[in-house]
Design a protein around this ligand. Structure first.
Ligand SMILES: Nc1ncnc2c1ncn2[C@@H]1O[C@H](COP(=O)(O)OP(=O)(O)OP(=O)(O)O)[C@@H](O)[C@H]1O
Length: 576
């Protein structure tokens, strides 16, 4: 039994309180199928989200099986299913893979056979068995809705909330989906609440709730709707609603509500007697079905990581882009490697015989230092900036691009820690491949004149730092576009603020330096150069260099900050 007792959801707007859900009271027994209808903007979705706990009630109480959800424990993720308006499946996966991932993320299966059995049962129940190997991206609207339902049914929820699952469908698909929802409510005592715009097929529901400006205007059997609203056709109900104020409709329903509740109860008794409505006691012969256990951290991590790789490898455009970047960026750098391999003449140990020869020698040495030093510094900075760009490309869209699906999965019991760990594991592979390939490729065509290992570590760190920071940005932004834009700006500022090209004014440098990852990676790599080359680089820059240890620690801190921000962003609820 789901019970709503004078539930309100209030927002503050222009200094005043607005009730989007206004004193809604309902008692919905097990196995009930209810439609929530009303004109656009009347608060249907808000009510559904309030029941789901996504927008907790401002006043009143919600009780589930007699338990107050606010004070005695919220729904367990497996108890409730929420099918939102948007698609919750990834386009490159098949129907079967999507349902399998949903099952692995929500349910701890005893064995592979148990898992397969659950997946097959859900596919069968939603009529998806024959198209189980089809890719999500080629499914029709109706099939996508079925898939959304299937992915919720994997945990056998006792309460299924559906938000506009029939909108935009052709009449036949709409009828099929309403029939499916109806059938889902007939077994196991599952309550199905369906928000819908459509007033078609209302006869399939046990009751219809009509909302008007957040208030209940009617809740009763569907065949009493026209009589209650004094209309001949159901289509006339919405225009009829506008003839009176929401307060007046609410007052009217409060007067007649008890009689309509009794009608609903009588209809229910008849259904039970006919055997058309099976309740859990009859299904399980008085025994409680075993509770669905949630999978552990590692199980969710493994599922997410393998799904991420599968999605990546199936997205040919993404793979080609990554390969193009991986191959072309180092080639760009090697174009300049000739200039960096030039000889730097040394000052001779003995004094020159004449003053002019000594000046000439000094000029030669300085010319060599300028030529080779600027080429080497430039090549290092070029590598650093390209890897920073790769880092931002790796992660800027990683969370923001799939936020609605992630929020939905979090609602279904996905641990943010498992999600973030899977992202870090996936991105680490890209970072290692990109950075080491860049380091070795460039080194092959123009050997690094110093400690190559140290240089490679700094290339890894700059890519890691930028990937991590952009992942943090991705977890905070509302859209992938916002996250990409901000990440690109962040990379764009790295070169001018690093001081590698032009020294910054001291007062600006002191403020910006700690934040510019490119500076620390460049400085750490320059520190790895042989003494003579190091001197040559120092001779052409005005910016002070930092020691290896400071560079290492600062970049490690940047990576850490990115991960912490990503963690905070991933934990934060961000429903539309
Ligand atoms: N968190 C919120 N803050 C401010 N306004 C909100 C919030 N949530 C919903 N609203 C507003 O409350 C009203 C009801 O929104 P809701 O989405 O519940 O309506 P609906 O009946 O589902 O509409 P539709 O049928 O068009 O989907 C709308 O005007 C919406 O803009």
């Amino acid at each position: 039994m789901l019970e709503l007792q004078d539930v309100y959801f209030t927002i503050r707007k222009d200094g005043a309180d607005h009730n989007l859900v206004d004193q809604v009271s309902l008692r919905i027994p097990a196995g009930h199928f209810m439609a929530i209808v009303g004109p656009s903007g009347c608060g249907k979705t808000t009510l559904l989200k309030t029941i789901a706990g996504l927008q907790p009630e401002s006043a009143g109480a919600l009780l589930w099986e007699g338990r107050n959800l606010a004070t005695e424990g919220d729904f367990a993720p497996s108890e409730i299913g929420y099918v939102p308006q948007f698609s919750v499946a990834y386009d490159p996966l098949t129907v079967d893979e999507s349902v399998e991932a949903a099952t692995r993320l929500r349910v701890r299966s005893k064995s592979t056979a148990d898992l397969d059995h659950r997946i097959d049962r859900v596919l069968e129940e939603t009529g998806l068995t024959t198209i189980s190997d089809r890719l999500v991206k080629v499914l029709s609207g109706g099939q996508k809705r079925r898939l959304g339902l299937a992915m919720e049914l994997v945990s056998d929820p006792k309460l299924l909330l559906c938000d506009e699952v029939t909108s935009g469908l052709d009449p036949r698909s709409e009828r099929e989906i309403v029939h499916l929802l109806h059938d889902l409510s007939r077994k196991d005592g599952r309550i199905v609440l369906s928000v819908t715009h459509s007033l078609a097929h209302l006869e399939l529901y046990d009751s219809v709730l009509v909302l008007h400006e957040g208030r209940v205007a009617f809740h009763g059997p569907p065949d009493k709707l026209n009589h209650y609203f004094s209309v001949k056709d159901t289509e006339e109900i919405y225009p009829q609603l506008t003839t009176r104020s929401a307060e007046s409709w609410q007052a009217s329903w409060q007067k007649h509500g008890v009689a309509y509740d009794q009608m609903i109860a009588r209809n229910r008794e008849k259904l039970i007697q006919k055997g058309a409505l099976l309740l859990p006691a009859e299904v399980a012969e008085g025994e409680e079905p075993p509770a669905v256990k949630e999978p552990g951290f590692f199980s969710q991590f493994k599922t997410l990581l393998s799904r991420r790789w599968r999605i990546f490898l199936r997205d040919r455009g993404q793979v080609m882009l990554q390969l193009a970047i991986l191959l072309c960026f180092p080639i760009l750098v090697t174009i300049f490697s000739d200039k960096a391999s030039g000889n730097i003449r040394k000052f001779s140990d003995t004094r020159q015989s004449d003053f002019i020869a000594e000046i000439q020698e000094q000029q030669n040495v300085r010319a060599d230092q300028a030529k080779v030093g600027s080429a080497i510094s430039g090549i290092i900075m070029f590598q650093v900036v390209l890897l920073a760009l790769m880092g931002s490309n790796n992660s800027a869209r990683e969370i923001a691009g799939e936020r609605p699906i992630y929020e939905k999965e979090k609602f279904g019991g996905l641990r943010p820690s498992a999600y973030l760990a899977s992202k870090l594991a996936f991105l680490s592979c890209l970072v290692v491949a990109q950075s080491l390939w860049m380091a070795f490729f460039v080194n092959y065509f123009g050997e690094f004149r110093g400690d190559f290992f140290q240089h490679a570590i700094f290339l890894l760190l700059i890519n890691g730092a930028m990937t991590s920071i952009c992942l943090g940005i991705s977890s905070l932004m509302r859209t992938a576009e916002q996250a990409s834009l901000l990440s690109i700006y962040l990379v764009g500022f790295q070169l001018p603020l690093s001081g590698a090209v032009l020294a910054l004014p001291e007062h600006i440098e002191a403020f910006t330096r700690p934040f510019i990852s490119a500076y620390w990676a460049w400085s750490g790599s320059v520190d790895a150069l042989q003494t003579q080359v190091h001197t040559a680089v120092k001779s052409i820059i005005d910016t002070s260099l930092s020691v290896k240890g400071a560079c290492l620690y600062t970049l490690a801190i940047h990576i850490g900050i990115g991960v912490i921000v990503a963690w905070a962003g991933a934990r934060r609820a961000q429903w539309e």
